[in-house]
Design a protein around this ligand. Sequence first.
Ligand code: NAP
Length: 339
Amino acid sequence: MAGTVLVTGGTGYIGGEVIDRLLARGYTVHTTVRDAAKSEPKLRGRWPDAGERLKVFSADLLSDDGWAEANAGCDAVAHVASPFPLDVPKNADDLIIPARDGTLRALEFAHKAGVKRFVQTSSAAAIAYGHPDKDHFDYTDWTDLTANPPPYIQSKTVAERAARDWVAQNAPDMVFCSINPVAVFGPVYDDDMSTSVELVKKVIDGSIPLIPDMGICVTDVRDAGEAHVRAIEAPAETVRGERFPTSEKFLWIREMADIIRTRVPEHAGKVPKRAMPDWLVRVLALFMSEMKQIKGELGNVRDVSGQHTEERLGFTFIPAEKTLEDTVRSLVEKEIVKV
Ligand code: NAP
């Protein structure tokens, strides 16, 4: 069913994976970046044979410029672009406004251009926060914003809610669904990698000397990409209104360290072995913003199930062990980490 798909945020980790898969399946891909003059050479370098099947447009989430051109002639949109910074901004609106307004802008221009299907890259951030008594979640759960979660969590929740409300009111015939990945790892293309991969980088490069009592759910970038493409290709009734979490399993950071030691011992020389006491995390949190984020997660289980996605979109996720191994190998092969 090859056609033309707009992928927003083509410079990103997940956006790049979605483009990769669409081009391999014969689609023509339009992609938005903030500055085409700057980013197009890199994108052409990654897909040297794409030629006319890849078109790059400048469009910022915060401006109308370029969105009409990017959507023209598209059958579907994968709206992946959204700010995902390493640091927590002082003002939550720095993330909420581009996430929400950018999504609504992408939807409005897609609708005006006659696009029939819209896949939003949301996040498990819109599923699993603000419920202190709960540790297992699935596609039916929503983050509770009244618990005032961190800005990024707010931005993804607000953006997904806003998109669903907008579609219900303005474009009920449009086939809309969201992909809600947990923390995404896997092979990287270059050192311009996502915030999520920074965690594995820090575990193997020695910058985390002790392991905090914290865990995350793991998904593979290849599965996140595959879910987007399947959501574009599946029959309308399979995906309309759906939420598709991609999540292989929940792992404590100490388990991730053990997996890396077992599967890639040759690159695991700096992987920490000893636990960081909770009191130390709390003290360090007084003056280190990263520790502040970790403090809020100590001992928390947020196990998000991806089973619904596997069943509905018809594929099986890559085991987290392989994802972590491939992440480490790729970081070393690309000389992003020297171990
Ligand atoms: P990424 O590599 O940092 O990609 C983010 C993309 O968004 C980049 O292409 C970036 O463009 C673009 N972007 C940010 N602000 C923009 C703006 N104002 N205007 C236009 N483009 C803008 O991160 P990623 O991991 O691939 O994330 C992609 C999406 O997946 C995001 O929606 C994120 O919330 C979601 N997600 C990620 C994870 C994860 O663990 N990685 C998990 C769940 C959900 P520039 O290159 O110009 O900055």
